[in-house]
Design a protein around this ligand. Structure first.
Ligand code: G3P
Length: 215
């Protein structure tokens, strides 16, 4: 299973990359806007930190505009994956980009039928937003499960990238169902390490060790 960080914060990306387990990065317009930096400069920095797929999202909503942005983004680095919203014009653009071997991540997916469209268009990744579905009392992980089943049925190559992850249990469920990728905010990555019994156990081991006057 691949771990991506869902962030445009350089310090967080650097810290997560330092653990040696980070496979890629996803960004979105809201995350980029939070940083108050130029998008292009941010991407130039991120590609130097993480040698893996870096999703960069278009903001056009028409076919020609999406393609124009996609070509510019794809030129930045081989690792750039063009993130495209799951709308009609977006799916049309994804098909064109797939035919030209440009990698895409179809975002804002909230239903299995939408995911089927993305796979048929040749998307490299589909991003079901599990947390945002949970927020409105729908089962987000059930969507991820349906997509994985559908893609398996037809051997689609599109990778399932579970997005809008809010807590470690989302990651565990995604792993149990065999999702290809999980993209997580920095705070969720940090939480993965934590267990109170680890802290208590380590404290006890170290205090026992010091008591025994070992050299
Ligand atoms: O980057 C896409 C997705 O992960 C957004 O998550 O927490 O804003 O729903 P969230």
């Amino acid at each position: 299973m691949k771990f991506f960080i869902d962030s445009a914060n350089i310090d967080h990306i650097k810290e997560a990359a330092s653990y040696g387990l980070l496979d890629g990065v996803t960004t979105n317009p809201s995350l980029v806007s939070k940083e108050g930096k130029n998008f292009r400069q941010l991407l130039d920095e991120i590609v130097k930190i993480v040698d893996g797929p870096i999703s960069a999202e278009v903001v056009s909503t028409d076919y020609n505009g999406i393609l124009k942005e996609a070509y510019e983004l794809a030129k930045i680095h081989d690792n750039i994956v063009v993130k495209v919203p799951l709308i009609k014009e977006g799916i049309k653009a994804v098909k064109t980009l797939a035919d030209e071997d440009i990698k895409t991540n179809v975002t804002l997916c909230f239903s299995p039928s939408q995911a089927l469209l993305a796979a048929k268009a040749g998307a490299s990744y589909i991003s079901p937003f599990v947390g945002r579905l949970d927020d409105i009392s729908h089962n987000g992980m059930e969507l991820a499960k349906q997509i994985i089943q559908i893609y398996r049925n037809y051997n689609f190559k599109t990778q399932v990238l579970v997005a809008s992850i809010r807590h470690p249990l989302h990651l565990v469920e995604a792993a149990m169902m065999g999702a290809d990728v999980a993209t997580m905010p920095f705070d969720v990555i940090e939480k993965l390490f934590k267990h109170p019994l680890t802290d208590i156990g380590l404290e006890k081991f170290l205090s026992d060790w010091h008591k025994s006057n070992q050299k």
